[in-house]
Design a protein around this ligand. Sequence first.
Ligand code: DAK
Length: 255
Amino acid sequence: MWENLILDVQDGLAFVTLNRTKQLNALNEKLAVELGECADKIIQEQDKIDVVIIAGSGDRAFVAGADIGEMLRMDPQQAIAFARLLHQTNTKLDSLPQPVIASINGFCLGGGNELAIACDIRIASDKSKFGQPEVGLGITPGAGGTQRLPRLIGPGRAKYMDYTGEIIDAKTALEWGLIDILVPEAELKDKVLAVAKKIQSQRRFAVRQVKQCIRLGKDAALEAALEIEVQAFSMCFTHPDRTEAMGAFVNKSKK
Ligand code: DAK
């Protein structure tokens, strides 16, 4: 269906593979458009898809950044269009109703790191490497590297990554909170699957409410954020999942 992307839905899990293996899955305009279309499809299929998993094809990279050859040829107008496109794509992924896991094996650089931090959970292999090398190319990180990144790992470490362009290893990424789980390469697929299935085994409506609470609350003032939490909690009382799950617990304990 797409040239640079594979979407495979199995048992309620959507596996999205960024498929430009030779270019280390560098994000060109076509791939960014396709990723946006894929996100639309995942929204349409939200009754069938519980968790989304994004990975890079091959065993060398999640994404080695935006496509430098393509950016070299851009004029300022095209740069604006490309910037808007990447922002829209990441925001679409960030706001999907389903939890999104980034499965990272290898280089996760520039726009690739920004894509990973637009996901909900990052699970990486021990050979992964992370960085925001944009300033070395004469550009700023443009798809969350100056905004989502400091919110995730703190302004000091984000500035360090953004100013130096240094590539950090997976252990440091874990220490800094850039990734959430670190595993040996051979265990990556199993670990990602286990986490996805663990989420899938919970009540879908509640999981989605949690996602929106955290997403909408993180940039709100605490009082407003706590109100978002109150509203989400009360929404759960409109859904049959709650009566069913609580009823099952109470009935079982009565036996
Ligand atoms: N773009 C295009 N091609 C790339 C690429 C990239 N980012 N990264 C790797 N490739 C290609 C290489 O050109 C090479 O292609 P061939 O020569 O085989 O045709 C192939 O992938 C394999 O790469 P290497 O031969 O270089 O492999 P090495 O193991 O020697 O090195 C490397 C791997 C990842 C260290 C190296 O390829 C590298 O430094 N790549 C560039 C990494 C980088 O600088 N990434 C950041 C790009 S800038 C924005 C949003 C986002 C962005 C900007 C604005 N707005 C919303 C405003 C994002 C910007 C970026 O990501």
